[in-house]
Write a protein that binds this ligand. Sequence first.
Ligand SMILES: NC(=O)c1ccc[n+]([C@@H]2O[C@H](COP(=O)([O-])OP(=O)(O)OC[C@H]3O[C@@H](n4cnc5c(N)ncnc54)[C@H](O)[C@@H]3O)[C@@H](O)[C@H]2O)c1
Length: 432
Amino acid sequence: MKTKYAIVGIGVRGLGMFIEPLVKEYNDVAELVALCDRNPKRAQVANNRLGTNIPIYTDFDEMLDKEEIDKVIVTTRDSYHHKFIIRALERGKDVISEKPLTIDAERCQEILDAEKRTGKKVTVTFNYRFTPYVTKIKELLKQDILGKIYSIDFHWYLDTRHGADYYRRWHGEMKNSAGLYVHKATHHFDLVNWLLDQEPRRVFALGKLNFYGANRQQRGERCLTCEHSDKCEFYLDLKTDPALKELYLDTEDGDGYFRDRCIFGDRIDIYDTMASLVDFSGGTQMCYSLHSFSPFEGWRMAINGEKGRLDLSAAESFYPENSPNFVDRTNNLAHQDPLKVALGIDGEEESDVIRFYPTYGGMELIEVPRVKGGHGGGDVRLRDMLFRGYSEDPLGHMANSWAGAMSLLVGAASNQSIKTGQPVTILEMVKK
Ligand SMILES: NC(=O)c1ccc[n+]([C@@H]2O[C@H](COP(=O)([O-])OP(=O)(O)OC[C@H]3O[C@@H](n4cnc5c(N)ncnc54)[C@H](O)[C@@H]3O)[C@@H](O)[C@H]2O)c1
């Protein structure tokens, strides 16, 4: 029998990650029976694109009353996840939630309590766990390649294309997203928690808004009406991007959601430059940073243990030319290591490399073939497990609500630490 899904939140993620694949690729095992969004025009885009006639609701409870649903998928803005997760659990549905589980400790506690009370389950979609590169790192650590792990250096760079995009939308306001420490870094903290198989204990953090927000005089409300558009390196013309136009520009009269708000607006109150120290239940300590106006996008990690060190890095995007024009940066994207581009080694990379340095010398290279697809091939692997089910999950890829909590709380604790100037103990923030 097919599992019946309903989804709330029909934005780019809901559509690309869940709605299209459910309708086109998983229709032998799954049926998408209802769409819910406070802006029905955006939900209608889904039906138009797919040639479907899936019932649309603006009232979540009405959808649950009228449709026969087994599982609810939550892909709204982060600050509302808890509302739909809790309501669905209370109505006897299991839930698949996009990350972050929610944005603060209070809402997190409400979700954990509701799950306990109802006996239904929440799964959090941490797609980065599923990329072949990260999966290989997990395998190596499980085989005890490093012995006891003492420390991790982990640095994530968001660029002036994708990174800037967070500031155009609701993500730029603490009340909606709790900032990139929660919205984005929940991925990163989850990776570390999962790779180490430890829980974070204590955090001390710094954060600043150095580049975006009111750091530039020349600004407007949104790109569409901005007098500085011809001079701005971030000018986004929604009219020239058919997908953004259809989903956001053409639907904005339904809810006033502007997809091209100014990244230098006063409303922006999140940090763009972040650094934290975290210690873990097994004794490991981490030095983490997130920088969101980098010339390239990707991450670097080193895991230092008793038997050696794993040196890791993944290049996500790089613009081979200096491009002060946003559209050029978008069009000139390459998934390449900037150094290889400088050395004239062309072409998309076919593998990522893990470097293992044994403690007393030498180096071993472990190549991991790249796969195509969103988030380094993580999205499709995650979907297969979610929708086709699994009898085995030897590395524990599928994340539950506690994993969701432990990752978002490192970010929430970081926000708190920045405010108080003091370290924050994570386990005091929620009860299991
Ligand atoms: N795992 C990943 O790699 C990844 C990538 C992108 C986004 N996400 C997550 O997916 C979610 C959606 O992101 P997006 O980029 O599609 O956002 P979006 O703003 O483009 O879309 C969100 C949709 O939710 C709707 N919505 C918001 N609040 C609502 C409410 N109270 N009731 C009903 N509908 C409501 C909006 O109208 C909009 O259509 C976020 O939680 C984000 O963190 C995850």
